[in-house]
Design a protein around this ligand. Sequence first.
Ligand code: R5P
Length: 292
Amino acid sequence: MADLDDIRDGDNFGLNTPADTSKFYLKGMNSTDWGVKNRMSRIFNRKSGNTVMLAFDHGFLMGPTSGLERIDLNIDPLAEHADCLMGCRGSIRSMISPENTKPVCLRADTGTTILTELNHNVLLGEEEMISMNSSALAAMIAVGDAATEATTMANFSRLVDIGNKYSIPVMCVTAVGKDMARDSRYFQLAARVGAENGASIVKTYYTEGFENVVACTPVPIVIAGGKKLPEIEALEMAYNAIQAGAAGVDMGRNVFQSEAPLAMIKAVGGVVHEGLKPKEALDLFETEKNAS
Ligand code: R5P
């Protein structure tokens, strides 16, 4: 029985003691098998330890949102500058070239749309996840949402069972409901719940105090970009997340809704892999934009 009247926030995150990565370069992966390590190596750059995942899974709940009207025109040209493509089976099959060799992180849950109540989701079939040649599988958990928390956690646990069966890493996408505070305390809880339930990667949002979110999550964390920001602000967010220990981004709207998506993904890559400061990355963005 949980002692709900005695929940004490953690305050000793050992920020000066890095996780043990002596057997593999990504944290939390020392004891995983060859298949998981091999797939994680396709997603996370060996030199930087980080990844630029390009998220374009928005359509299954939002339809043709701005910047994703034509994935063949909007996303395919960006693919070579991403480390991993995160999308839904339908758009990948119909609009991403099969000659693309970038690893795929398959959105493995689907469900209700913005026209009804979000997050009433189910999982795709196991055979479908394999046939998409997935390097990772992603599903959302709605921590704190009374209506959908149990269903999404059950989906996620089953997805981890499938991932473990085939040595495919599973990424936990932490959803934030409209009534949930987007603060470090909430993201610590949501990210840790994902990792405790078997995630190999956790996707969450950047917030003040992100060091603690990273420290209490025993596997690599990537940040979502969230709603479209001015380019400099999106680059600052990515920079701050990397400085706080994030292992990269899984960014969508701040790339494909940019006035120059190709320049933006290159600038984000500069931050994530080369440690460019936000102003340096913005200079790269401007140079690339003007060259195109
Ligand atoms: C959320 O469920 C989806 O995984 C989105 O792809 C994710 O939020 C990343 O996209 P954005 O950077 O546009 O927030």
